[in-house]
Design a protein around this ligand. Structure first.
Ligand SMILES: Cc1cc2nc3c(=O)[nH]c(=O)nc-3n(C[C@H](O)[C@H](O)[C@H](O)COP(=O)(O)OP(=O)(O)OC[C@H]3O[C@@H](n4cnc5c(N)ncnc54)[C@H](O)[C@@H]3O)c2cc1C
Length: 287
């Protein structure tokens, strides 16, 4: 069996957390290898690049990553500015991934599909804790390889594995079929980009992302008669979704898109929902 000490630490995902993990590993004299399923670093953030985040740059930058970048001549963005997702990728993640220290340690187009221990089937436990990790990786183009690692850091995020709709973290009946039929979108679609006008859309979830979707869809509905928006939440009121105002720890979140009190509607009150049960023609479930 291979000695773990000589092996790299495998990092799954080249988002901000995965690249930060790689930078910290290098500072500790450990060898990282980062596997990214997408074609580029920051592949998940790119998909919502059109959205501006709530936390300013200073909360989005990792200290070890900044040290690595600054050694390579990088200039930090203004710490109080609020970047779009696309800027996090172009002004931070791409320069970080391009540093001489990291560039050859990142494998894009490489999806980790399984993690096991070398030589350990399910029935074997003796020596398991000291056996190297074994990662099975599917590469773009269809080849599959297996790689050994002394440790694995899973920073694959949640973007590609959104929570199922059921209250116990399980899919509700019909959910898988609806997703397969394209009736449930991925989280945070660019609704202004088209595809929702003239349709009835059900937004599910009571977080800030859901609230933003409802507001974006309301704008589409205003410009396109026949467009309808329904919002389903489990909580008794949608208050959690509104920005926390002056008391919010993140000012941008506190202020952002919080509907004025007179425009809020308490859907928990009897009679608040439309009289008939209507089926949406599309559904957006937010993380
Ligand atoms: C609209 C929006 C606004 C947000 N605003 C904020 C904010 O203001 N402040 C804040 O702190 N956070 C915010 N977030 C949360 C934000 O997504 C996270 O803070 C950040 O992206 C987490 O980084 P990550 O590296 O953990 O995950 P991700 O950015 O999701 O990166 C994970 C990476 O792993 C890759 N991957 C996934 N599975 C595999 C696999 N099996 N094998 C290989 N690679 C894989 C993905 O392609 C992806 O590149 C926001 C999120 C959204 C959607």
């Amino acid at each position: 069996m291979t000695s773990s000490e000589s092996l790299p630490v495998a990092v799954i995902g080249a988002g901000p957390v995965g690249l930060a993990a790689a930078a910290h590993l290098l500072e500790r004299g450990l060898e990282p290898v980062v596997f990214e399923a997408g074609p580029t670093v920051g592949a998940a953030i790119r998909q919502w690049g059109h959205i501006r985040v709530f936390s300013t740059w200073k909360y989005n930058l990792d200290a070890a990553s900044v040290r690595l970048l600054e050694r390579n001549g990088w200039e930090a963005p203004r710490p109080t500015a609020l970047p779009y997702g696309a800027q996090i990728v172009s002004e931070y993640l791409e320069p970080l991934a391009a540093t001489p220290e990291l560039k050859d340690r990142i494998r894009t187009g490489s999806r980790v599909v399984a993690v096991s221990r070398e030589g350990m089937d399910k029935g074997r436990s003796q020596g398991r804790e000291s056996a190297p990790f074994l990662l099975r990786i599917e590469h773009d183009g269809g080849t599959v390889t297996e790689v050994l690692a002394r440790a694995v850091i899973d920073t694959s995020g949640t973007w590609s594995t959104p929570a199922p709709l059921g209250s116990s973290g399980l899919a509700v009946p019909g959910e898988a079929e609806a997703r397969a039929a394209g009736l449930i979108t991925g989280p945070l679609p660019d609704v202004a980009g088209g595809g929702f006008a003239g349709r009835r859309t059900l937004v599910i979830g009571s977080g800030h992302s859901a609230a933003n979707m409802v507001l974006d869809l309301a704008r589409v509905a205003r410009a396109n008669p026949g467009t309808e928006v329904l919002w389903a939440i489990r909580a008794a009121t949608p208050a959690r979704a509104y920005g926390g105002g002056d008391t919010d720890q993140l000012p941008a979140r506190g202020q952002a898109r919080s509907p004025a009190p007179h425009r809020r509607r308490d859907w928990s009150r009897p009679g608040s929902w439309p009289a008939s049960t209507r089926h949406p023609s599309t559904c957006t479930a937010t993380p």
